[in-house]
Design a protein. Structure first.
Length: 201
């Protein structure tokens, strides 16, 4: 089992560096900044270092609403019009524990309603959209149950199921990885987690 863990870690460290290159030329971005983690934890959008555990499953649904997510301004910085005005988003995230130290996760992003105005023509096109689908895998290197701090790595990849012209998707496959460092529970009341993300720009 230890040899499997070492092999997976080596694979991620050597080949996972290629994942950001998949999206290095990504022509767009999305207006969905709120993205919940795929597994459970003490945080909502910040990853914790702990994994689910063998054969354990977690799923969560979350919703958020944003206004003026993307606007068009002139050369003086004055607002011309909304591009993405009101936007209601829904997120379904889930994860499964392959082993005690290894998760597989997926997140599906939906936009049931988006108030969209074309930045060139000014024509409105309101409606429902699909966001990009994201898959991830978390490998725990240090366990906060046995060490003062926990460390995990989480490679991820996204698929262009969302519309980049409506700013709910990147328009191509992208990828990246996160380094997660988390303190052990302090007084069994709180902990701190930091995520360092390598992703395309």
């Amino acid at each position: 089992m230890k040899s499997l863990k070492k092999s997976l870690i080596a694979f991620v460290l050597t080949n996972g560096l290629l994942m950001p290159a998949l999206g290095a030329a990504a022509p767009s971005f999305d207006t969905l900044p709120f993205k919940p983690t795929t597994d459970h934890g003490y945080y909502i959008t910040i990853e914790g270092s702990q994994t689910l555990g063998r054969n354990k499953f977690h799923a969560t649904a979350a919703f958020d609403f944003s206004n003026d997510s993307l606007i068009l301004v002139d050369s003086s910085g004055n607002k011309v019009r909304d591009i993405v005005g009101g936007e209601l988003a829904a997120h379904l995230a889930m994860a499964y524990g392959i082993l005690d130290w290894w998760n597989l996760g997926a997140r599906f992003n939906f936009v049931p309603y988006q108030n969209f105005t074309d930045p060139m023509s000014g024509n409105s096109n309101n409606g429902a959209r699909m966001g990009d689908i994201e898959l991830d895998t978390k490998l725990r290197l240090l366990d906060t149950d046995h060490f003062p701090a926990g460390i995990s790595i989480l490679p991820f990849i996204t698929f262009p199921s969302g519309s980049d012209s409506k700013y709910v998707g990147n328009g191509r496959v992208t990828g990246g990885a996160k380094l997660i460092v988390e303190t052990a529970r302090i007084g069994n009341r709180f902990s701190l987690s930091a995520n360092v993300v390598k992703r395309p720009h």
